[in-house]
Design a protein around this ligand. Structure first.
Ligand SMILES: Nc1ncnc2c1ncn2[C@@H]1O[C@H](COP(=O)(O)OP(=O)(O)OP(=O)(O)O)[C@@H](O)[C@H]1O
Length: 635
């Protein structure tokens, strides 16, 4: 006999939200909360809070439904056999089939929260509606533009940027994915140029999930625009400013965005950067607010961490690290426009016929993978490290630190229960540079050069403790003075405040403004400085150290990555890869060697059916070291 859901909640094994949802569903069906229905509702809600979009009952049939520690003395309920489970749920009035508006939806063996089933199907149908190639492309003009903007290299190797550009111009939905410095922004500026050459009146917008990412996109687009060989008048129509997705959608009114299906954003083309950070609900709201004829181009690194909230939208769209092969029609198009030399691109993949990878090649036909990093050359330890981690080889990654070949990477062994003192030394030394500035604009810019990142919030290697240790050191060196709020304190906003215009993840500095006291200063997506009084500052935390999750969309010259000593579910290949690739020039990792190797083996797996809805064959979530082919993104 297993313990009740309420006991599980009291023991901290079940979130209160999941318990009350289970109770609500059970009462709605007039059954006890510890019935199969109540337990199933609690399971789906709990898994959703951990990032899954649905629960595949096959994974839980005959297995414990919730995680527990052996020493807790709690008996966790087990899933029944698959047949009994499916039959039991089919009889419940609050469990509907696909399309029914019920709190739970059962589709095949997958059980969804009704809302998430709707989000997933909305995203799938919006992307599928854009999957076919666009009619009426002037191929001669496109071929001329591709030749002009992507001059042939001497070695006649495939120019993956050119391939991705041809794909993005010819389709209403495209993804351009690549690791850091592979030229996503460079390519998209050329894509927009080619689109404007096809259709000069095209209305284009740029967006990103966070203010930081939008500011970086704005800056990168401005830099690339001046290098493009095209009519300056046409180029002036490429937008100069990227908005956050929240701002593009017009901010929240009540619990809805101002732009939605009934009041769409009127655009011909939307480019969204850092797409790996977009969770399923936000993606659903974004596509709902776009008319079907609006082109959507997603940029991102498919190997990065999935979004904080449920779903792994970019991973699902791009096949979770699988190789990409193109259909015959796509190969013919790419060759006829000169995007790739005849016979150079993968159609049927060397290790498998395309039909075993995708049920419908339209999905791979929409993806351009950038495979060469222009940032990390062959002497870059960061590049080599990212490649080894991405291939799941923690041992190889550790060997790079000891090889003596690379000056830009360093490993620090973690003492079991405290930070390595060298970490605090380095951080205090680096942060002194911005604290020495008199101008807040310069200080903000200087602050962005260096960052400490960690996997966890709490514990000896969590951001809370690291922030405390760094502040204490800087205080002892008289670099900062004062209590909770002080001149020079870095702050990160942790909520969206539409009134004040500051959003979750925005980073600024508290800075004394003459006699007016402390104000919090931020740089907007347009590059302009703005400040709010310390009193107006929405809920925030200290930001000497950030979680790797929060650092997505940012890059720094130098990074100290603090990994936990013990194995942890958070320590995954994607987390380590994302942490490493936040650094442009210099990286130090503090960690435990065994946990690091384990972490590199372990991939984030989130249950959803989006990849299958989009045409990928079977569930491709298993991305273990064997299933994953090393990619060349960072060569
Ligand atoms: N084909 C190319 N040849 C030479 N340099 C290039 C090429 N493409 C891009 N670069 C340079 O590489 C650098 C990175 O390019 P870009 O910013 O477009 O990459 P990204 O993938 O958007 O990077 P990020 O990781 O910052 O998102 C830039 O300095 C850019 O000018």
């Amino acid at each position: 006999m297993s313990d009740s859901l309420s006991t599980l909640m009291q023991a901290g094994l079940l979130a209160p939200l999941s318990y009350f949802f289970a109770r609500f569903v059970a009462r709605g069906n007039a059954v006890p909360e510890d019935s199969l229905l109540g337990q199933s509702a609690a399971l789906v809600s709990m898994r959703n809070l951990s990032g899954d979009v649905c629960v595949d009952l096959r994974q839980f049939a005959g297995a414990p439904l919730f995680e527990s520690e052996d020493d807790q003395g709690i008996v966790v309920p087990q899933g029944p056999s698959l047949d009994d489970w499916m039959n039991g749920l089919r009889g419940a009035s609050w469990v509907g089939g696909p399309g029914e508006e019920t709190p739970l939806v059962l589709e095949g063996t997958r059980l969804f929260l009704g809302k998430y089933w709707s989000f997933e199907t909305q995203v799938a149908s919006a992307l599928i509606a854009r999957m076919a190639p666009v009619d009426g492309i002037d191929q001669a003009r496109l071929a001329e533009g591709l030749t002009r903007l992507f001059p042939a290299s001497a070695d006649r190797a495939v120019d993956w940027q050119k391939v991705a550009a041809a794909i993005a111009v010819s389709r209403r939905f495209a993804v351009i994915s690549g690791g850091p410095g592979t030229g996503k922004t460079t390519t998209v500026v050329k894509v927009l140029t080619l689109l404007l050459e096809q259709s000069p009146s095209m209305r284009i917008a740029l967006a990103a999930p966070t203010g930081k990412a939008a500011a970086r996109l704005t800056e990168a687009i401005a830099k690339e625009k001046v290098r493009v060989d095209a009519d300056p008048e046409l180029l002036s129509r490429v937008p100069t400013e990227a908005k956050t997705i929240h701002r593009l959608l017009g901010g929240v009114r009540g619990n809805r965005f101002r732009h939605n299906r009934d009041n769409p954003v009127l655009l011909d083309c939307l480019v969204v950067d850092e797409a790996s950070m977009i969770d399923l609900p936000l993606m659903a709201r974004l596509v709902a607010a776009l008319p079907d004829q609006t082109r959507l181009i997603l940029l991102g690194d498919r190997d990065q961490l999935a979004s904080v909230e449920a779903g792994n939208v970019l991973g699902d769209i791009t096949g979770h690290g699988r190789d990409i092969g193109y259909s015959l029609a796509q190969l013919q198009f790419l060759e006829s426009t000169g995007a790739a030399p005849a016979g150079a691109l993968p159609g049927e993949l060397p290790h498998a016929p395309l039909s075993s990878v995708v049920q419908d090649p339209s999905i791979t036909d929409a993806i351009g993978l950038l495979r060469v990093s222009f940032r990390f050359k062959s002497d870059s330890g960061i590049g080599a490290l990212a490649r080894a981690v991405n291939a799941g080889c923690g041992e190889d990654a550790l060997a790079l630190f000891e090889s003596g070949l690379f000056q830009d990477i360093a490993w620090l062994d973690a003492p079991q229960d405290q930070l390595n003192p060298q970490c605090v030394d380095w951080a205090a030394q680096e942060y002194t540079h911005y604290l020495e500035q008199s101008d807040v604009g310069v200080a903000l810019e200087r602050f962005e050069h260096y960052r400490v990142l960690a996997a966890h919030h709490r514990g000896p290697f969590g951001v809370d403790e690291i922030n405390r240790a760094i502040a204490e050191r800087l205080r002892s060196e008289k670099r900062i003075q004062g209590g909770e709020d002080y001149h020079g304190k870095p702050v990160m906003v942790t909520v969206n405040d539409y009134e004040v215009g500051l959003f979750n993840g925005d980073i600024g500095l508290l800075w004394r403004d003459g006699d007016d006291g402390l104000r919090a200063w931020f740089r907007g997506t347009d590059g302009q400085l703005r400040s709010v009084s310390a009193r107006q500052l929405p809920q925030h935390t200290c930001a000497f150290a950030l979680t790797v999750h929060k650092s997505q969309g940012s890059e720094f010259d130098e990074v100290l990555l603090v990994l936990p000593f013990d194995r942890s579910p958070l320590l995954t290949r994607e987390l380590v890869y994302t942490g490493i690739t936040r650094s442009r020039m210099k990286l130090a990792i503090q960690g435990h060697r065994g946990s690091f190797i384990e972490g590199c083996r372990h991939c984030v797996q989130r249950s959803s059916s989006l990849s299958e809805r989009l045409g990928w064959a079977d569930a491709v979530h298993a991305r273990g070291p064997l299933a994953h082919r090393p990619n060349n993104n960072l060569s």
